[in-house]
Write a protein that binds this ligand. Structure first.
Ligand code: ZN
Length: 375
């Protein structure tokens, strides 16, 4: 990440892009049923997070370790997700003229009835590479922990998605924007700069390659019904997690076009806190800047930029003030605030379930039906 001046967002694009997506909020009982990531996301030996807490510099064995971890997890625990690598290579300021490999991991869960290019995809994103220097840098908040959170979110979402797709297929439904919803998780490579000075050529290697490929490869003609001409057009929301896992984060709303989605996420956090479903006790809510967007203030350079510049709606979940361990050797497992890490997992899981309209398949337990009207 780096600070830079923002591209201006015109009022016209705001009006044109403002979505009409509507869904039912999750009920209190549904929120209560979202499990904690628990020990799986522990930094010492948790099955999701611990394998990622090694240096993960592109072109090194640590990069391969992370890649195997993702593939192994989805293949063994979430076999219905389709997996794909998007590969590119590039010189860097430190590669001595050689090309380094960059590989973006894409795990996708679509309705079984959709044709290629037909589904709209909630897109959950984090970067998995770690910084070249200082040597031994782990990058726990940056962004091993966000990757582990999204692995957990995939598992929570999967069971409900399966049920929804089964029920809709049995009823021979599908074929509308509301029904053809899927989810994809992107673990992007090469976010970090290699040189001492961050610049546009030496950063965001994976995100730039993927945005370029997805904006130029055409979907088949059958997908044109929804105007999803390219895979990029299929992204309903690009939700980017970065620098999460330290205590007391404060996340503002950065973009007017997705302020409504920020408010939905903020509302979920507030409801989960009021139901006593979160463990952390921050001085203020994680998402506490709900009254307006940062707008014209300095903006953060991150993996969303190649996508937002091509018109994708972005919800950027990153603290306005970077945690004190940022880009130091202290950004390791021991410096994570584990209750904050687990809470983020639950908040994002609830947001994804709500976005995917999973109240449709939630069975309200007996005796709570009357509350439904009030929740
Ligand atoms: Zn970083």
């Amino acid at each position: 990440m780096f600070f830079s001046l923002p591209p201006s967002i015109s009022l016209l694009s705001f009006l044109l892009l403002h979505p009409t997506h509507a869904y039912k909020p999750l009920s209190n009982t549904f929120l209560r049923a979202i499990p904690s990531p628990g020990a799986d996301i522990d930094w010492r030996n948790g099955s999701l997070l611990a394998p990622l807490l090694v240096p993960r510099v592109p072109g090194t064995p640590g990069q391969a370790t992370a890649q195997h971890h993702f593939v192994n997890y989805f293949q063994t625990e979430l076999p219905n997700w389709s997996l794909e690598w998007q590969n590119s290579s590039s010189r860097t300021p430190v590669s001595g003229g050689a090309e380094l490999p960059f590989a973006n991991f894409i795990a996708k869960r679509e309705p079984p009835w959709v044709k290629p290019g037909q589904a709209n995809l909630l897109t959950l994103v984090a970067h998995y590479d770690s910084k070249y220097q200082p040597e031994g840098f782990i990058g726990a908040i940056d962004s091993a922990a966000p990757c582990a959170m999204l692995m957990y979110v995939a598992r929570v979402v999967d069971a409900y998605v399966q049920r929804m797709y089964d029920e809709m297929q049995a009823l021979d439904e599908g074929g509308t924007v509301e029904m053809d919803m899927g989810v994809q998780i992107l673990f992007l490579d090469g976010e970090e700069a290699f040189g001492e000075e961050w610049n546009d050529e030496d950063s965001l290697y994976g995100a730039r390659a993927l945005a370029q490929q997805w904006s130029t490869s055409k979907n088949p003609a059958s997908a044109k019904f929804y105007n999803y001409r390219t895979p990029l057009n299929q992204i309903s929301l690009f939700l980017l997690l970065d620098l999460l896992g330290a205590a007391n984060p404060s996340i503002p709303s950065y973009f007017p076009t997705t302020h409504w989605a920020y408010l939905a996420l903020s509302n979920i956090e507030a409801r989960m806190r009021s139901l006593d479903l979160l463990e952390s006790s921050p001085a203020q809510s994680f998402l506490s800047d709900g009254n307006g967007t940062v707008g014209a203030h300095a903006q953060i350079s991150d993996d969303h930029l190649p996508f937002i510049s091509k018109g994708v709606d972005v919800l950027h979940v990153i603290p306005r003030d970077f945690p004190s361990v940022w880009h130091t050797l202290d950004d390791d497992g021991a410096h994570l605030d584990m209750s904050t890490v687990r809470d983020w997992g639950k908040i994002v899981a609830a947001f994804a379930l709500e976005w995917l309209d999973m109240m449709e398949v939630w069975d309200e337990p007996e005796g709570t039906r009357q509350q439904k009207r009030w929740s």
